[in-house]
Design a protein around this ligand. Structure first.
Ligand SMILES: Cc1cc2nc3c(=O)[nH]c(=O)nc-3n(C[C@H](O)[C@H](O)[C@H](O)COP(=O)(O)OP(=O)(O)OC[C@H]3O[C@@H](n4cnc5c(N)ncnc54)[C@H](O)[C@@H]3O)c2cc1C
Length: 389
């Protein structure tokens, strides 16, 4: 069988693979992305919310309006008892299929290749490079790549085949519903109703994505109940299910020639589970390392990525600590947190104000039981504000 030589092979044309592919193709590397589906971006498995910060980090996104549905100036977080906390988080609703397709177009424009309908079925790291076996339209093909980036999403089959541990996953279920049921993005926490997760309402235009992410098995029942509680009664146009990494970045992210990026590496925020932007950032970071090493050190060693990316705030351990603490608290604890901050814009609390809220927390025996862990929570939510979705 003929073997095609490339500089970079990438498994998966999601945000992680596409952002890495774009940066590498732009720098002149012979880059091939393998995508098992016929069309990039389909099927959609996403709530379609994204922070506006992604437009600063990836200015190319500013050149396209087609994937943008609408912008929000704030978000609402509900705690048990309907206590509501606001955030000045500027965010967008995007058409996720169009978003991925736009990135794919840019990869191609920059000289990168995207092979659709091409499933990577095997990979092996050798002295000469990484041998990649794909199946395209029923036929097997071989590639030899200097490096391989695994951006195959949460399932991580190829990563596991290569001996990596893949992230622990949590499941999500979402309906796209006719009609608009909110004027902003809303998150509903309740550790009894949605263990280890939350429900959400993300309005599109004349449609709304309503979903739940939880470790509970009866997600459909939970989501249907949520719709009733919030009086959401439109026609369900689409049902979307999927898995999301739950506990942060995996232990080993790279060998010399192989790196895990995006969901495969566990780059989702452990409190809000958003991952599009973090996937793109992880892809860009590894691409920059490859470029730097090729130009300055002549030899690529992706273990540098493993070290560097762990220092980046989106992989901060504090997110895991706060995840573990927050999602194992009682509903009463969550209620009390909601009550303390009810009606406030949480990110506007500063200096003197902060002291006032600290006092309120300190006066609350159930909250102040463990001040260190309460601090983790504060830091974790701060982190989530910056890298939650
Ligand atoms: C229901 C749901 C709602 C979500 N909502 C949001 C949200 O609102 N905001 C947010 O930021 N994040 C959200 N997320 C998370 C977000 O979708 C992911 O974090 C993000 O898609 C990760 O990007 P990725 O490129 O790592 O993986 P993916 O987007 O999963 O892309 C992986 C790609 O690899 C391909 N592939 C897999 N195996 C192979 C193979 N062997 N060969 C070739 N191709 C392969 C797949 O077909 C896929 O195209 C949500 C997730 C779910 C499930």
């Amino acid at each position: 069988m003929q073997i095609e030589k490339i500089d970079v092979g990438i498994v998966g044309a999601g945000p992680a693979g596409l952002s890495a592919g774009l940066a590498l193709a732009n720098n002149g590397y012979k880059t091939t992305i393998f995508e098992e589906h016929k069309i990039v971006g389909i099927p959609i498995q996403c709530g379609e919310g994204i922070s506006e910060k992604v437009f600063i980090e990836f200015p190319i996104l500013k050149t396209n309006k087609e994937f943008i549905i609408r912008k929000f100036g704030n978000t609402k977080i509900y705690f048990p008892g309907d206590y509501t906390v606001f955030g000045d988080t500027h965010a967008y609703m995007i058409r996720r299929d169009k978003f991925d397709q736009f990135l794919a177009q840019q990869v191609k424009k920059s000289g990168g290749k995207i092979l659709t309908n091409s499933r990577v079925i095997d990979a092996i790291e050798t002295k000469e490079g990484v041998k990649i076996k794909i199946k395209k339209d029923g036929t097997e093909q071989l590639f030899l790549s200097s490096v391989l980036l695994i951006a195959e999403g949460p399932k991580g089959d190829i990563a596991r085949k290569l001996g990596f541990n893949t992230p622990e996953l949590i499941r999500a279920l979402e309906y796209r519903i006719q009609g608009e049921f909110s004027d902003t993005m809303e998150f509903f926490f309740d550790n009894e109703k949605y263990p280890f997760g939350y429900s959400w309402i993300f309005p599109r235009n004349n449609e709304t994505n309503v979903g739940v992410v939880t470790t509970a098995k009866n997600r459909k029942e939970i989501l249907d109940k949520f719709l009733k509680e919030r009086n959401i009664s439109g026609k369900i146009i689409k049902k979307i299910g999927g898995s999301i990494p739950k506990n942060g970045v995996v232990k080993q992210l790279a060998t010399q020639k192989i790196a895990l990026i995006g969901d495969t590496g566990g780059f989702t925020n452990p409190l809000f589970y958003g991952g599009i932007r973090n996937a793109m950032l992880s892809g860009k970071i590894v691409a920059d390392i490859i470029d730097f090493q090729r130009k300055n050190e002549k030899k690529v060693d992706l273990r540098t990525f493993d070290k560097k990316v762990r220092k980046h705030p989106f992989s901060a351990k504090i997110s895991i600590k706060s995840h573990k603490y927050f999602y194992t608290r009682s509903v009463n604890f969550q209620k009390k947190i909601g009550k303390v901050f009810n009606g406030t814009y949480i990110n506007r609390i500063e200096n003197k104000e902060l002291l006032k809220y600290l006092l309120k927390l300190v006066c609350n025996p159930i909250l102040i039981k463990n001040p260190k862990k309460l601090y983790w929570l504060y830091k974790g939510f701060k982190q989530a504000r910056d890298y939650g979705f």
